[in-house]
Design a binder for this molecule. Structure first.
Ligand SMILES: O=C(O)C(=O)Cc1ccccc1
Length: 310
């Protein structure tokens, strides 16, 4: 039996479309799961080799279920990311007209991307959340709701009709998906990588977040995601999910992580992996003094000073 990749299903999710862009899926069994949690749990229990789930969209930010799963519980690691441009279709049972629609459904992350369209075209329709956009289509097929926002490609599998296509409040909306596995050695650096971590502050003090961010800033490391998530320990208690440019094998990134390890209560390393749709030629040049060679030379100099050989 081939190794399996779990994904947020059922058949016809954007997640599935994004997953199928990875070449290795040709040799994997792709298994739909009803939720992000169940797909990630399949990895934790060893039922699946990896799970593919949405993590961020360009309209609303982080997909909180995924972030919270990666923040807590048995540690997992991110190995790949995929970006997918998203526009929605309004799917209905054949024969349904716009004026028949009283209830609409989709994944909660779809709502901010179709809100204006809904207000303009279906201002009185009641919104119900679905476990995924394809699950919304399935619920429309079952007659539970009148219409679903989903990918146009989800119409066929659920015997639905596309009443409206190319619905998007924001131009160029993209969703980012990640391939998550059990912790292991990260893939070798490609020259266009990112590193994901979760940070818990040691104590609450003025400038605390600035101090954490300073570990990246002083080493010339650009950040690509900063999302706070409640720790669950009370109002005002947050941890920070951060994506930083670079790979843990880059000296500047390793050095920043060492600084954070010393100053934070806890640091969870979530992996270093290639940036989607970015090549080394697209990456900004390093800030002066932050290359591997300069870190090695500086460490050598300190060692020589300690030896009295400067
Ligand atoms: O993959 C899907 O279809 C999902 O339900 C997750 C999602 C939600 C909103 C935009 C893209 C993906």
């Amino acid at each position: 039996m081939p190794a399996s990749y779990a994904y947020l299903g059922p058949e016809g999710t954007f997640t599935e479309v994004a997953l199928r862009t990875l070449p290795e899926t040709a040799t994997r069994e792709l298994v739909p799961y009803v939720s992000v949690q169940s797909a990630l749990d399949a990895v934790r229990t060893g039922e699946a080799e990896a799970a593919f789930v949405p993590i961020e969209n360009s309209v609303e930010g982080g997909i909180t279920t995924t972030l919270d799963e990666l923040v807590a519980g048995q540690p997992l690691m991110i190995y790949r990311e995929v970006l997918l441009s998203i526009t929605f279709a309004l799917l209905v049972r054949p024969g349904t007209k716009l004026s028949d629609i009283k209830t609409v459904t989709a994944h909660p992350a779809a709502q901010p991307q179709v809100r204006n369209w809904l207000k303009a075209h279906l201002p009185d329709a009641a919104w119900e959340s679905a476990a995924s956009n394809a699950d919304g289509a399935r619920l429309v097929q079952e007659g539970r709701y009148d219409a679903a926002f989903a990918g146009e490609f989800a119409a066929g599998p659920y015997g639905l009709e596309v009443l409206e296509s190319d619905i998007h409040d924001a131009e160029n909306a993209q969703t980012r998906f990640v391939l998550v596995g059990r912790p292991a050695r990260p893939a070798a650096p490609t020259g266009a990588d990112k590193t994901s971590v979760v940070l818990w502050q040691r104590d609450d003090h003025p400038g605390g977040l600035r101090d954490l961010l300073g570990e990246f800033a002083t080493r010339g490391i650009n950040l690509m995601l900063l999302q706070s998530r409640p720790t669950g320990a009370g109002i005002g208690n947050y941890c920070f999910c951060i994506d930083a440019e670079g790979h843990i094998s880059d000296r500047r990134v390793a050095d920043a992580l060492m600084g954070l390890k010393r100053s934070c209560l806890q640091v969870r390393y979530l992996g270093s992996y290639p940036r989607a749709e970015v090549t080394p030629a697209d990456v900004d040049p390093l800030r002066p003094g932050t290359s591997d060679e300069e870190f090695v030379a500086a460490a050598d100099w300190v060692a020589r000073c300690q030896d009295g050989r400067f």
